[in-house]
Design a protein around this ligand. Structure first.
Ligand SMILES: [Zn+2]
Length: 238
């Protein structure tokens, strides 16, 4: 089950996350086994869904996001998203769960088309969960248009958007883009980085909002991404 409405991510069992190189370095791309294996804050991944599911990560690489200090948990959004994807990937044996990465910049070289959560697909996703270090745009519109096209190409799959941004959008008509986001035909998880998500999203029924701040525990972003990836998975008691 997913929860609706606004909630701050609460990591119940605080722990320290290993310090490791930022995403984009060779070590970061290869992953750090100490981090990816130890996921005590992430829940049981449950069982694969009966029906196909498509998850699309829309990620903001603008200066207000990437300019944050390396020690900041917000700067680890890609590492934490990767941890959650790997965690689910280890439990997925259905081939019906697809994950895609769409960067706000369009076209973006790190975009990854929908991948099955098998090892090869998870490796592709890992390569796209990074920024090139240059400040990108804060236009959500083009990424959202691309997500809608992908969803149309996979009509068999229930679609979920995971939008990772501070919502300081630079779209010419940001209200219209938020309306477009809300009217997306599927679930929407807004993972708001460092700022409160827009009230419009908090009030929308099928939108789940998480706010990650500098006071959030390390792992809070991974938890929010995990929750999103559990949208259609069947919870089981470990
Ligand atoms: Zn699966």
């Amino acid at each position: 089950m997913t929860t609706h409405g606004f909630h701050s991510v609460d990591v119940r069992r605080p722990r320290l996350i290993d310090i490791h190189p930022p995403t984009g370095t060779p070590q970061g791309r290869a992953g750090n086994p100490r981090v990816s294996k130890a996921s005590p804050t992430l829940g049981h991944p449950g069982k694969c869904p009966e029906d196909p599911a498509l998850y699309m990560f829309l990620t903001d690489d603008s200066a207000s996001i990437t300019g944050m200090a390396g020690n900041d948990p917000l700067a680890r959004r890609y590492d934490e998203a990767r941890r959650a994807i790997e965690h689910i990937g280890r439990a997925c044996d259905c081939g019906k769960e697809l994950v895609s990465v769409i960067h706000f910049d369009y076209p973006a070289q790190w975009d990854v088309p929908p991948q099955r959560l098998y090892p090869r697909g998870v490796r592709r996703l890992r390569s796209g969960l990074r920024s090139d270090g240059l400040p990108g745009s804060s236009d959500l519109g083009p990424a959202l248009d691309k997500a809608e096209r992908l969803a149309r190409q996979h009509p068999e799959a229930a679609a979920t958007l995971v939008v990772m941004t501070d919502f300081f959008l630079t779209d010419r008509d940001s209200r219209a883009v938020l309306d477009q986001l809300i009217s997306f035909d599927g679930h929407v998880h807004a993972v708001s980085l460092g700022a409160e998500p827009p009230a419009l999203l908090q009030q929308a029924d099928h939108v789940t909002t998480s706010m990650i701040t500098t006071r959030s525990e390390p792992g809070a972003t991974a938890q929010a991404v995990f929750d999103a990836l559990m949208t259609y998975r069947q919870c089981t008691t470990p």
